[in-house]
Design a protein around this ligand. Structure first.
Ligand code: CTP
Length: 401
């Protein structure tokens, strides 16, 4: 159940931190990838070196470390996980979580995360029973923070009662149970997918932008269809009228650069489907203030090329998705253009469609271009195109196993 699960383990400063190396060992044995954030007081009980050696990853400690921020900002750190586990969770970190305080990397990551959070409290019995802590725990539980333990017994301070951090085996079991209840069934169960959808919009000034007519209908339908087959889906969408599908991780962005960043945050994934109509260019020098007519007549807008998200994902060295699918919206020579585009972008499949009659309808007529050749599908509802594509993806993933 924990195989390939990414656990961001936040170690705060309690004596139970000495159990963390064993916890990492047990999680790693089960195939989980553990990445640690160690608070300043946590480092009084356990060394970064031991956590790094056991987790096989860098241990993150400093919010303001330039190297960390360059390689892996706290936002990315908090999002590149399937679950955030705080163990041990002291009364202090729980209080900060309950009140949204951020004064170090751990609390900032906790406030910035969009992932489920589990805590394993550890403290003196009086601290645990203090009305302040009781109220903080209740607040956290109301916000769907999972609480495991604490157990009763001899405490490090010499007193007896509730406050002992849950046993390592119980924390592991709680994580397994957590993933079990979220497990979906279907041929894509256990696979992670990322789907881009909708347009990107590129600012000219704070009130104007360049955009395109993409509705996001096809991309959203694909994300839903993959999820219906059991995949865990991150949907990264530009501004659309479509509602966020349930059960998906949805990130709303505006510009191509933001879309690329959000896609990189969602990695690693097994399947990437780039259905977004990404703006090829952005304004080289977007104005920070509204452009005025009396600024000197009609402005000329210099454009620079946006990053190509599909090509970037396809070229990934360490974390290229096993299957990368792009779209080709063409107005002439649809199949020839799409075939050339597949090669140029380095993706595996291209879904090509003729947009000479515009974007935005409920139907689509597509051709699937793969290394094996071209399949032309009849005109269908976008929902049906999505379902058929998701089924072919599932068949492909099964054959690749
Ligand atoms: N795409 C992308 N990032 C970009 C441009 C396009 O990820 N900056 C993706 C789209 O999501 C789509 C595919 O690339 O899956 C093809 O998009 P399209 O606009 O048709 O291709 P371009 O490379 O822009 O080629 P052209 O406009 O010259 O036909």
């Amino acid at each position: 159940m924990l195989k390939n699960k990414r656990i961001l383990l936040i170690v705060s400063g309690g004596i139970a931190a000495v159990k963390v190396p064993d916890l990492i060992r047990r999680l790693s044995e089960r195939g989980a990838h553990v990445r640690c954030i160690l608070t300043e007081s946590g480092a009084q009980f356990v060394t970064p070196m031991s956590l790094a050696a056991l987790s096989g990853d860098k241990v993150f400690q400093n919010l303001f470390s330039l190297t960390d921020e360059r390689e892996m900002g706290h936002i990315r750190l908090s999002r590149e996980a399937d679950v955030v586990l705080v163990a041990p969770a002291t009364a202090n970190i729980m209080a900060k979580m309950a009140h949204g305080l951020t004064d170090d990397l751990a609390t900032t990551a906790l406030l910035a995360t969009n992932k489920p959070v589990m805590i394993a409290p550890s403290m003196n019995v009086m601290m645990w029973n203090n009305p302040a802590t009781r109220s903080n725990v209740a607040t956290l539980q109301k916000r769907d923070v999972h609480v495991v333990g604490p157990g009763a017994g001899d405490l490090a301070c010499g007193e007896v009662g509730d406050g002992r951090m849950a046993e390592v085996a119980d924390i592991v079991a709680a994580l397994e149970a957590f993933f079990e209840t979220r497990k979906k069934s279907g041929p894509l169960s256990g696979y992670r997918a990322l789907v881009t959808s909708g347009p990107t919009i590129e600012p000219i000034d704070p009130v104007r932008y360049i955009a395109n007519r993409s509705s996001g209908k096809q991309g959203h339908a694909i994300a839903t269809a993959l999820s219906d087959l059991g995949a865990e889906v991150s949907l990264i969408s530009g501004p659309t009228k479509e509602t966020d599908p349930e059960r998906l991780y949805v990130t709303r962005i505006e510009t191509a650069e933001q879309m690329l960043k959000a896609c990189q945050n969602a990695l690693p994934v097994d399947i990437a489907v780039c259905a977004a109509a990404v703006a090829d260019w952005r304004i080289a020098d977007a104005a920070s203030q509204k452009l005025k007519k009396d600024d000197g007549g009609a402005p000329s807008l210099a454009l620079i090329e946006n990053p190509d998200i599909l090509a970037t994902l396809s070229a990934g060295v360490d974390n290229r998705p096993a299957l990368v699918i792009g779209f080709a919206a063409e107005t002439e020579d649809v199949i020839a253009q799409a075939t050339a585009k597949r090669e140029r972008k380095g993706c595996d499949w291209i879904v090509a469609n003729d947009v000479s009659n515009g974007f935005g309808g409920d139907k689509n007529t597509v051709h699937l271009v793969t290394t094996a050749g071209v399949e032309s599908w009849p005109t269908m509802q976008k929902r049906e195109v999505a379902a058929r594509l998701a089924t072919q993806i599932a068949d492909h993933m099964r054959q690749q196993k």
